[in-house]
Each structure stands twice: as C-alpha cells, then as structure tokens.
Ligand binder design. Structure first.
Ligand code: C2E
Ligand code: CA
Ligand code: CA
Length: 444
C-alpha cells in the first residue's frame, strides 16, 4: 500500500517535471514560446483583449561574439532574473528564443499605461549587469502590439510586436515602438531594399566622389570631402538621398563606413603619388561607427595602412549623431583629436545642438549648413545665423567652413563676414577621383 502511494507520487513528480520542461525555457526557467502563445490564446478567449511586449537586447550579438556563448548564456539568465524581479506578478514572462523575451501584460492594464511600462522596462535594463567578472552596460528595445487593435490571434500578435521591435531597433534602439498598420508595408519594403544594398556592397557598386574645399581668399585647394555614390546598374549614379535613410540603420552601415574611410585614405595617398598638393581628406561618419567603440583603432590602422598622418584626415559628424551619443562613445574622438585628426561638426545650425554641447564635444571645425549659405545674400535670418556661427567658431578657437557655395556673391559675403574656408559647386562639384586629379593639376 505504502509502496503504491510512493509510486504514484513519484510518477506525479516525474510528470510535473516533464510538464514543466515542456512549458519552460531550459536556460532561464521562464515560459517558452509555445506556452507563451497558449497564455495569450487563453487570455484572448477569456477577455477578448491582450497586450504584448517583445523585448530584445541591443547588441547582444556583440557580447556573444566578443565574450563567448557561456557569458552570453549567463547574461540571458541575469536578464531573466532582472525582468522577473521588476515585473508585476500578473505579467507573464517568456523567452521567445535567442535574446528575445515576451511579456504578456496584466489583463486590467490601461492602454495609456503601456508606454510608461515599456519605458520602466527599458530603464531597468540600463543598470549594468555583472556577469562572469564583466560589467556589461546594455540597452534594450521593445515592440508593442495590442489585440484586437493590431492582430486577431496570438501568433499574429507576436509577429506584429516583433515588427514594432524591428522598427524600434532601426531607430537606434533603447526605445519602444508601438505597431501601426503602415509598418508592415514599410518594413517589407525596407527589408527588400536592405537586401539590395547588401548585394550592391558585395558587388562593389559603391564609389566615392570628391568635392574640393578651398580658402575663400585665394581659392587655394586645402581639402576634399568624400561623398558616397551608388553606381546602380540600372539607375546610374545615385546620391545618398536615394538610399541613406535605409543605409544608416542597416547592419552593414558600420562596414560600409569602414570601407569609405579606407577608400578615401587610399585615394588621398594615390593623389600624392600623382603630384597633387598636400590636402586633407574629409570623411562623413555613420552613427554605427561611433557606437562601435572601435573607431580609434580603425582610424589609426587605416592611416597606417596608407602611410598617412592623423592631420591628413578630418571626420565629419552631424548634429544628430553628436547629440545621440553616450559619453563613453566620445572617448575615441577625444583621443583622435589629440593625435591631430580633424573633427568637423557637419550641418551645423540645422539641429538642436545647444551651444553648451559644443564645449563637451571634441571639435576642430564647424561646417555651416548649405541651407543658410544658399540664401545668405537674400535672407537676413540666414545671414544672422551665418555670422553667428562664424563668431562662435572664432571665440571657441574652431575653424569654420561654409558648404554649398554656388555664387560669387555668396563668396564675397562669407569672406567679408570672416569665414575662411568654403566648399560648393562654385569651386567644384563632387567628382570621380580622376577628374579631381585633372582639375587640380596632377599627372595621371
Ligand atoms: P553632406 O555631408 O552635408 O554633404 C554635402 C552635400 O551637399 C553633398 O550631397 C554634396 O553633393 C552637396 N553639395 C555640395 N556643394 C553643393 C552646392 O554648391 N549646391 C548644392 N545644391 N549641393 C551641394 P550628397 O553627396 O548628395 O550627400 C548627401 C549627404 O549624404 C551628405 O551630406 C552626408 O550627410 C551623406 N553622406 C554622403 N556620403 C557619405 C558617406 O560616405 N558616409 C556617410 N556616413 N554619410 C555620407
Ligand atoms: Ca559632410
Ligand atoms: Ca553638410
């Protein structure tokens, strides 16, 4: 009799264990994808409504690649613990695969509270994780979808939260995005275009054109800005306006940025051997290059590879990139500047950079945006901004260059206002390397 009871309870325990294993993720102990879907189904049957978050770490792959899978796994366990500790007991937590987690919000949550909850979640993950002796600073993105507003069943709800997550990551991560119906078409098209860009890069369809920079006083050539062109097999040379929005958020942006750097430095070295005078190469950076933390090493290695000095190079950074940075991302720039690499603030005056941001940022030059230069002679507001930027530059000890100069009058006005350098169609359009050599007196 006693043995029989023991038998039964052992069997129960075994069944419970099997049941638990079938419904939970082995690594984190959270619900697995299957039972998460079942929970949503039940919720929808009972209440007819459900709100779901899909959360994913920004840059988890980097941790895995650089510190190994064992550390990656421990990090996922730590993340699961953090999520459990900070979540409402009425929330259902699941690991959906990889570094993707699902959260089914409590049935009684008010839709207007979803944003608040998503933000506290994102904030909770920004506290550092200490994993296997490493202190990891991470961030996460969240996609939000609500049934029946965005989807009719559980599977569709997760797919749509996933799409919203993709969008949140595309916008730079560290944020949430709520699904909307335009997203599906938009993301479908964006994905197809991303594939096309990847193909174009592997087929070497990208090229650089170079635009001269001169001293306004005597027109002397001092530099060149490298500008990306897509030599499209059907559509011809495409300017960045046709592809930059997608490229900037493309996983390849970092690699393409490294290629631009390498190709423009290679070109500068080649110009020297063709007898062109000394000039500085100016290269636009992608946000991904700043975010990577490797910019210092990459720039140094590129200069060495082509036998160039730090002072042969200027990096251009737009206001949006500059304002979105984390302080630690600026360390390589400070370092590069102290080594003699120029750092220009591109499109200056078009964004929201405060003047105090200027002093916290390692700069050597301000670039007055084309939009102010284009009507500097006719629009008093533009003229005031142009003069203002020149004054700020002078008082902070920064060089100033005006871009987009097209006319003689603009040159005169800028010169009279104390602007030293310029760039624009008036002096030369962006052109292929051999045209540049011809124009500036080198021998081919
Ligand atoms: P940007 O850095 O502000 O580059 C100046 C843009 O103004 C270039 O457009 C150039 O062709 C154009 N431009 C120059 N002078 C004149 C002028 O006198 N009149 C007019 N109307 N336009 C002038 P582009 O080449 O189409 O580049 C657009 C933007 O794409 C660039 O703006 C830059 O933000 C981005 N970009 C270009 N190449 C690269 C690259 O290699 N890497 C990165 N990260 N961004 C790039
Ligand atoms: Ca630029
Ligand atoms: Ca610009």
């Amino acid at each position: 009799m006693g043995a029989q009871i023991q038998d039964i309870s052992e069997r129960r325990a075994r069944e419970d264990r099997l049941h638990h294993m079938a419904n939970h993720d082995g690594l984190t102990g959270l619900l697995n994808r299957h039972s998460f879907v079942m929970q949503i189904k039940e919720r929808l049957e009972r209440d007819g409504t459900a709100a779901v978050f899909v959360l994913d770490l920004d840059g988890f792959k980097d941790v895995n690649d650089s510190l190994g899978h064992a550390v990656g796994d421990t990090l996922l366990q730590a993340l699961a613990l953090r999520l459990s500790a900070t979540s409402d007991p009425a929330e259902n937590l699941a690991r959906l695969g990889g570094d993707e987690f699902g959260i089914l919000l409590p049935a009684d949550i008010d839709i207007t509270n979803l944003a608040v909850r998503a933000n506290t979640l994102i904030e909770s993950i920004r506290r550092p994780f200490s994993v296997s002796g490493h202190e990891l600073n991470l961030s996460a993105s969240v996609g939000v979808a609500v049934a029946p507003l965005h989807a009719k069943d559980a599977d569709e709800l997760i797919v749509r939260a996933d799409l919203a997550l993709f969008k949140a990551k595309g916008e730079g991560g560290r944020r949430y995005h709520v699904f909307d119906t335009g997203l599906e078409n938009q993301l479908g098209a964006a994905r197809a275009f991303q594939d096309e860009l990847r193909f174009a890069f592997s087929e070497r369809q990208f090229e650089l054109h170079f635009q001269p920079q001169v001293l306004l006083d005597d027109g002397m050539l001092t530099g060149a800005e490298a500008l990306l062109r897509w030599n499209h097999p059907v559509r011809g040379f495409l300017r960045p306006a046709a592809f930059m929005a997608v490229l900037e958020t493309h996983p390849l942006a970092y690699e393409i940025g490294c290629w631009v750097l390498d190709e423009s430095c290679r070109t500068l070295a080649a110009w020297r051997s063709h007898g062109l005078p000394a000039l500085r190469m100016c290269v636009n950076l992608f946000a991904a290059q700043l975010r990577s933390g490797t910019l210092g090493e990459v720039v140094e290695a590129t200069l060495t590879r082509h036998g160039l000095m730090p002072s042969d190079l200027e990096l251009e950074i737009t206001e949006t990139i500059a304002l979105r940075h984390e302080d630690k991302e600026l360390a390589p720039l400070w370092n590069l500047r102290s080594r003699g690499v120029g750092i220009a603030f591109d499109d200056f005056g078009t964004g929201f950079a405060s003047l105090s941001a200027l002093k916290d940022f390692p700069l050597t030059r301000l670039k007055i945006d084309r939009s102010f230069v284009s009507d500097v002679c006719s629009n008093p507001h533009s003229a005031a901004i142009v003069r203002g930027v020149i004054t700020i530059g002078r008082s902070l000890g920064l060089d100033v260059i005006a871009e987009g100069i097209e006319t003689d009058e603009q040159v005169s006005y800028l010169k009279a206002s104390g602007c030293v350098s310029g760039q624009g169609y008036f002096f030369g359009k962006p052109m292929p390397t051999y045209d540049f050599i011809d124009m500036f007196g080198g021998t081919r």
